[in-house]
Ligand binder design. Structure first.
Ligand SMILES: Nc1ncnc2c1ncn2[C@@H]1O[C@H](COP(=O)(O)OP(=O)(O)OP(=O)(O)O)[C@@H](O)[C@H]1O
Ligand SMILES: [Mg+2]
Length: 256
């Protein structure tokens, strides 16, 4: 087992973070004896569970709501009980599937700042990841969760971009923020939705000028779009789909 224990999948909005995380899950869940945890860290939409065809009964936000309720309404005994059982409730919120577990952050009820939700997410990642060999976090788009140190204990930062300069600039900003606020050991750029070898080489050159280390590229894949259109889970993707093959190669380079 390598030291890659916590992987954060970050990047610009709509770049393909959730799709790449799901494809990684499809590959990694076949690794013998690897205890895999997926975290859907997007507070605006629990997309990861949905594209994996899973139903989430309880989110981290539901748990936070219960804690707040007991803290404001419960008696001393109930409060003590809640504190003692927090880890238990955290495990109870996991959705179990073949080869992995998943925790969804969920959407905060009240509008405004996501700070308390993000703080709980950070604690949950740090507590739960100790019980798994690998934890992959599908982050919210942009810099917020890096800024807020949600993934401060990440070992490997994967930044997903589409083949655009805007995507690369966001990747660069994320890397710089992560340099300040996290303890990552390795960073790798995944360039998604590549449509031709010429496009790949052009964007790889651009990445090099920003000193962004390219871990791999993933092609635009109509297998993904078809499943998307039909609302089918990505787990139904054919094993020889070009995007899955590309993600398999990326996972090999992670030396799991
Ligand atoms: N390689 C690909 N080939 C074809 N379609 C893709 C590919 N990667 C992503 N998509 C499509 O692009 C859209 C955005 O992907 P996804 O939801 O994974 O992005 P995201 O970065 O997680 O977005 P958000 O910032 O909203 O969380 C989806 O409709 C997805 O099906
Ligand atoms: Mg997403």
């Amino acid at each position: 087992m390598s030291s890659t224990r916590i992987i954060a999948v970050s990047g610009k909005g709509g770049a393909g973070k959730t799709v790449i995380t799901a494809l990684m899950a499809i590959v990694l869940r076949e690794v013998p004896r690897l205890r895999l945890l997926l975290i859907d860290g997007d507070p605006s939409m629990s997309h990861l569970a949905r594209i994996l065809g899973l139903r989430v009964e309880r989110t981290l936000e539901d748990l936070r709501g219960d804690v707040i309720k007991v803290a404001s309404e419960g008696d001393e005994e109930e409060k003590g009980e809640m504190v003692k059982s927090l880890d238990y409730y955290l495990f109870e919120a996991l959705v179990e599937d073949k080869g992995f577990n998943l925790l969804a952050m969920g959407t905060p009820d009240s509008p405004g700042c996501f700070c308390p939700a993000n703080t709980l997410l950070r604690d949950a990642i740090e507590t739960l990841s100790k019980n798994f060999d690998m934890t992959v976090v599908d982050c919210e788009a942009g810099l917020e969760q890096i800024n807020r140190k949600v993934v401060r204990s990440v070992n490997r930062l994967l930044i997903v971009t589409d083949p655009t300069l805007r995507g690369l600039q966001t990747a660069d900003a994320i890397r710089k923020t992560a340099d300040r606020y996290t303890h990552y050991q390795e960073m790798g750029l995944i360039i998604n939705r590549i449509r031709s070898p010429a496009e790949a080489s052009k964007i790889i050159k651009e990445a090099a000028t920003l000193q962004l280390k390219v871990l791999g590229t993933v092609p635009e894949d109509e297998n993904i779009s078809k499943l998307d259109t039909l609302g089918k889970p990505i787990t139904e993707i054919t094993s020889d789909a070009p995007s899955l093959k590309a993600v398999r190669k990326i996972c090999e380079s992670l030396k799991v």
